[in-house]
Write a protein that binds this ligand. Structure first.
Ligand code: SF4
Length: 64
């Protein structure tokens, strides 16, 4: 199985991303920037390979 970082892309350790798990067990990410700026999708299509809003979360693990 692909590592989660690869499947998720930038949202994996972006400080605006919030991981959500649906009742059916699928996991996706909510982009916190979308609340203030509609240019960002609420639920970005993964993996996010390029994003102008990405900011690395401080203290995020380098790899998981
Ligand atoms: S700003 Fe970009 S990288 Fe960060 S959560 Fe939103 S879509 Fe993902």
């Amino acid at each position: 199985m692909e590592p989660e970082r690869t499947r998720t892309g930038l949202c994996f350790d972006c400080r605006f991303a919030r991981e959500i798990e649906s009742s059916r067990g699928s996991r996706f990410f909510l982009c916190g920037r979308s609340e203030a700026d509609p240019a960002f999708p609420r639920y970005p299509r993964l993996p996010v390979v390029a994003c102008g809003g990405y900011e690395k979360e401080r203290g995020a693990p380098q790899d998981r």
